[in-house]
Design a protein around this ligand. Structure first.
Ligand SMILES: Cc1cc2nc3c(=O)[nH]c(=O)nc-3n(C[C@H](O)[C@H](O)[C@H](O)COP(=O)(O)OP(=O)(O)OC[C@H]3O[C@@H](n4cnc5c(N)ncnc54)[C@H](O)[C@@H]3O)c2cc1C
Length: 293
């Protein structure tokens, strides 16, 4: 690949890129320079090499044996934020959600303050239909750009994204590169006050300073996962250094030296106990990637 401009490395330890601080190595880690570089790389990469995309790692459990093939992590070339006419914001997918909330507030764009509470990046928000405080990504997205496994660039409308709760129906191989958001005119001071409220609330009810992956399980229809977990007696349950948070029992925490296997075993134990006590089968919201050690 003579014209490649991004950074390519072997054996990078992925625990450095995940909130849980667990995960084995990436066989190859690639950080493309920009969308054209990513498309060039995907075109040239042999079709049988597996590709996995990661964002800021706030919703990931990377297993201890690491990830085979190429792991793509978008960086500097995907950090742009542009304010457009009509209360719109066009952003690269490596931009943290909190920065999007802040840029929208500064530009007097209301409707994006909910991103203040989500610690991931916009690529992850597009893939997870990230949402909080009554708003989801699907409510504010106009369109997204993506590069597929063959290096073709696509522009997807919000309808093309096939969104449901914490799920995106766009093809699994699509790597999102840019998003266009629609807000509405607002007063910067009011938006900033709303963001402060969101931040204060988070600090009170979630273990946001811990090594965690956020909500572990999706909320089942008409139920709250944390209530089912609590009713199953799992608050504070531990496997090694992996523990169910005392503060918010749909959060798992790495208290120090937990392995990915400890966290996954704990999660599966919680699922079994919830099934036994309430009959509900919880579904993982956290994405588990890679192979066991
Ligand atoms: C303390 C805490 C609180 C949280 N609160 C919330 C909340 O309120 N609401 C909420 O929705 N989530 C919440 N989360 C979960 C998480 O922050 C979101 O799911 C977030 O959108 C994930 O973004 P990320 O960049 O960290 O993605 P990652 O965790 O790195 O990846 C998540 C998924 O997105 C995919 N992905 C990432 N980037 C791209 C890309 N560019 N193109 C294609 N696919 C990509 C990955 O392959 C993976 O499947 C919380 C997490 C923590 C740790």
């Amino acid at each position: 690949m003579p014209d490649l401009r991004g950074r390519l490395g072997a054996g990078s330890v992925l625990k450095d890129y995940t909130w849980f601080r667990v995960g084995g190595p990436a066989e190859v880690l690639f950080s493309p320079a920009d969308e054209a570089d990513l498309a060039y790389f995907m075109k040239a990469l042999p079709a049988d090499v597996p590709v996995t995309t990661i964002g800021l790692g706030s919703n990931l459990l990377v297993r201890d044996g690491g990830i085979d093939g190429v792991v793509i992590r978008l960086g500097r070339g995907f950090n742009q934020i542009e304010v457009e006419e009509g209360s719109r914001l066009r952003v690269g997918t490596a931009v943290p959600d909190t920065k999007v909330a802040r840029a929208a507030a500064d530009a007097g764009i209301a409707g994006l303050a909910f991103y203040r509470g989500i610690p991931g990046g916009i690529g992850g928000a597009l893939r997870m239909n990230g949402g909080a405080h009554g708003t989801e990504t699907c409510d504010v997205l106009v369109e997204a750009r993506a590069v597929d496994r063959s290096g073709n660039v696509h522009v997807l409308s919000v309808e093309d994204m096939g969104y449901t709760y914490r799920h995106c129906g766009a093809p699994e191989d699509y790597i999102f590169t840019e998003a266009l958001f629609q807000g509405r005119p607002g007063d910067p001071a009011e938006i900033l006050a709303e963001m402060d409220e969101i931040a204060a609330y988070r600090e009170e009810v979630q273990p946001i300073k811990s090594r965690t992956g956020g909500s572990t399980f999706k909320n089942p229809q008409d139920n709250k996962s944390w209530q089912l977990i609590d009713a199953a007696g799992c608050r504070g349950l531990a496997v090694g250094d992996a523990k169910v948070s005392e503060l918010h029992c749909n959060f798992l925490i790495n208290e120090g030296n937990a392995s990915a296997a400890d966290l996954e075993t704990l999660g599966e134990t919680v699922r079994e106990r919830v099934k036994e006590t309430s009959g509900v089968q919880l579904e993982w919201e956290i994405k588990r990637l890679g192979k066991p050690a």
